[in-house]
Design a protein around this ligand. Structure first.
Ligand code: CP
Ligand code: NVA
Length: 329
């Protein structure tokens, strides 16, 4: 398998075999890290880390992955560069291509990371856009594989706003890797029809199935994994909270829904999460809407079925696999 020089913009661009290879490579790196075996095979390489939105996991994972691989990294924060305000994406891409061996971009529309890739002559990696979050899916799937031993045929239910980056990317990943994907949401929160059609075509090849169900209890029956995400994403206006809380309250992952799924079911979340009121926004919105948690209850988040911290740690191993795959000849 040779992924040298490839961009990593969305999983639709990768074959099931290539995604499987990246998961295998992630597991190898994880084992090496645990055993204390050095793997600094990319000495002399450097990556630019552009973050137009904030991050804890993705930034930390890229920076630690770079250290472990022997690489350098430069973090360009949301306000500390010329990007967007004084320099176009196309110019930025060509400038950074002359300095770095790869570029990571986290920000807004998918068309921005696509433009970066079009103008850059080094690999561009998507660290989250409004539409897709492909490095997150690798960590999610590594976690499912570690827990169940395989991905094929596993029932993965995404509860909440399935039109945004996490719902979209999980649907694409599931279609590629032969899972049974269910989006559980009100009709108007289902993914875009054109993306569903693309995923249906992929699913025909892989044996995946895709379902869109508005009744939460029906949706979760026999699920192997229930996944959720915050109801209001980075960059969205504060005004949408009310509409989201009203629409998505029945889709909160709570003990009753986990019981309806069955005891085999694990809980996943990309994080960060409003599972309690111990954050500034969680507290403010909790008081406003009279809730003590939003997309998931604290009970489920803290339960034995919750794999969220294993999943978060897997971000680093999977990002390391992507960096190494696209930078190794
Ligand atoms: N899950 C995720 O991407 O987290 P960060 O926003 O902290 O990077
Ligand atoms: N949907 C969330 C995902 C965070 C990892 C957001 O875009 O903010």
């Amino acid at each position: 398998m040779n992924l040298y020089g490839r961009d990593f913009l969305k999983l639709l661009d990768y074959s099931p075999e290539e995604i499987g290879y990246l998961l295998d490579l992630s597991a190898e790196y994880k084992a090496k890290k645990k055993a204390g075996i050095l793997h600094d095979t990319l000495k002399g390489k450097n990556v630019a880390l552009i973050f137009e939105k904030t991050s804890t996991r993705t930034r930390s994972s890229f920076e630690v992955a770079c250290h472990d691989l022997g690489m350098g990294s430069t973090y360009l924060d949301p306000s500390g560069s010329q990007i967007g305000r004084k320099e176009s994406i196309a110019d930025t891409a060509r400038v950074l291509s002359g300095i770095f061996d790869a570029i990571e971009y986290r920000g807004y529309g998918q068309e921005i990371v696509q433009t970066l890739a079009d103008y850059a002559d080094v690999p561009v990696i998507n660290g989250l856009t409004n539409e897709f979050h492909p490095t997150q899916i690798l960590a999610d799937f590594l976690t499912i594989r570690e827990h169940f031993g395989s991905l094929k045929g596993k029932k993965l239910v995404y509860m909440g706003d399935a039109r945004y980056n996490m719902g979209n990317s999980l649907m694409v990943g599931a279609a590629k890797m032969g899972l049974h994907f269910v989006a559980a949401a009100p009709q108007e929160y289902f993914p875009d029809q054109a993306l569903i059609a693309q995923c249906e075509a992929v699913a025909k090849e892989s044996g995946a199935t895709l379902d869109f169900i508005s009744d939460p209890e029906t949706a979760v029956k026999n699920a192997d994994a229930i996944y959720t995400d915050i109801w209001v994403s980075m960059g969205e206006p504060v005004e949408v909270w009310e509409e989201r809380v009203n629409a998505l309250r029945p889709y909160q992952v709570n003990g009753r829904l986990m019981d309806a799924a069955g005891e085999q079911c694990v809980f996943l979340h990309c994080l960060p999460s409003y599972h309690d009121l111990n954050t500034a926004i969680g507290k403010e919105m909790g008081e406003k809407f009279g809730m003590d948690a939003f997309e998931v209850t604290n009970e489920v988040f803290e339960s034995k079925q919750s794999l969220v911290f294993q999943e978060a740690a897997n971000r680093m191993h999977t990002i390391k696999a992507v960096l190494s795959a696209v930078l190794t000849k």
